[in-house]
Design a binder for this molecule. Structure first.
Ligand SMILES: O=C(O)CCC(=O)C(=O)O
Ligand SMILES: [Fe+2]
Length: 355
């Protein structure tokens, strides 16, 4: 499948009044120790390289300026040297702590982090974070993975906190993204012990403060437990528009979060094709095609929406969610056909959409 919903899926709050909320059990992985071998395949990208990528993608005359790195490297590190950069990392942490009410463990399921949305950081830090991520990190990812910058966009970005007394680490998982980055905001020499990101097959990578670790979302990785102090990271999930769809209205371009929608579908058949990647740890139905003029299309369902389930209302007070989470394609088909055969009238489809 060209696009799958794997690993960590951002999720908004459960719908109110639902008897079975769309939240799965968190799993925190075992505390393991891994070290990167001395010759680990890690590419280092510096500020000059980043500038050259920006140039190469904005002016065709400079195309040959693009630096080629080892395309097989699993992990890339982006370094920016400026002192401003380091004071900004500190500002981002301070902003997050000044908005301490914004910490939540409900934004991601299966592998939840203790986090807050980057865009919501107060005192102008949210805007600055988006600026930095757009102007520095995205070009670095484009260069590291040799992928066109103009096709990259953010699916989610958040500031996460790890502490021995709270959430010390994050178990082994893959992300539901084409590329992921995590930027260390804390100073490892003074702020915390432990930490770092274990990435298969490189091992434990422990960047310096201000460095950005970049990898494909599909590689297995783990946020290693902090044993002392606090470790703050800016994490982003980046997607690539790799197929040129004519029905793509570009609404995901500035995506930073997902929303859960309750869409009324007046009648069956739905007129859409969906896919389930049965090899993934999380399975949910992704819309692959919506027939123009079909009931799903008329109801507002769009290509790449993630179908989470059907909400059946027997009465106001008696709502029941048939969840698609963890189901195979056959099982989802069966559930939909079963609801269709009962002729219940309009049904509510629960849809997760990047906004
Ligand atoms: O904190 C880390 O090192 C990894 C974070 C991560 O993998 C995630 O938030 O998806
Ligand atoms: Fe991750």
């Amino acid at each position: 499948l060209s696009r799958t919903a794997t690993g960590r899926l951002p999720l908004t709050l459960p719908l109110s009044g639902l008897s079975s909320p769309l939240v799965l059990d968190p799993i925190l992985g075992a505390n393991r120790e891994f070290r990167a071998p001395a010759d680990a395949d890690i590419n280092v990208i510096n500020q000059n390289d980043i500038d050259s990528v920006v140039l190469a993608t904005t002016t065709s005359a400079n195309e040959n300026k693009r630096t080629k790195y080892n395309a097989n490297a699993k992990v890339h590190i982006c370094r920016t040297a400026s002192a401003l950069h380091h004071s900004w990392c500190r500002e981002a942490i301070d902003a997050a702590e000044s908005a301490s009410n914004n910490w939540s463990t409900g934004r991601h399921h299966l592998y939840p982090t203790t986090d807050q949305p980057a865009a919501d950081l107060p005192n102008g830090v949210g805007e600055a974070t988006l600026d930095f991520a757009t102007n520095v990190i995205l070009p670095a990812i484009a260069m590291a993975f040799d992928t066109p910058l103009e096709r990259l966009y953010f699916k989610d970005m958040f500031l996460a906190k790890y502490e021995p007394t709270g959430q010390p680490g994050l178990g082994r998982h893959t992300d539901g993204s084409a590329f992921s980055f995590n930027m260390l905001l804390s100073d490892p020499s003074t702020d915390f012990d432990g930490g770092g990101t274990w990435i298969e097959p490189v091992g434990l990578v422990q960047p310096n403060g201000g460095e950005v670790l970049m990898h494909r979302g599909s590689v297995l990785h783990e946020g290693c437990p902090v044993t002392k102090g606090s470790r703050y990271v800016l994490v982003g999930f980046v997607q690539s528009d790799d197929d040129d769809d004519d029905d793509d209205d570009g609404y995901r371009k500035s995506a930073l979060a997902s929303q859960l929608l309750q869409i009324t579908i007046p009648s069956f058949p739905l007129g859409m094709i969906f896919e389930v990647d049965e090899g993934d740890k999380i399975k949910c139905a992704m819309v692959a095609h919506v027939e123009k003029g079909g009931t799903a299309s008329e109801a507002g369902i769009k290509k790449r929406d993630c179908l989470r389930g059907i909400l059946l209302s027997h009465a106001e007070s008696d709502q029941h969610l048939l969840t698609f989470d963890g189901k195979t394609l056959d099982q989802v088909m069966e559930m939909i056909l079963d609801v269709a055969s009962k002729d219940l009238g309009p049904v509510q489809m629960i849809v997760e959409r990047w906004c």
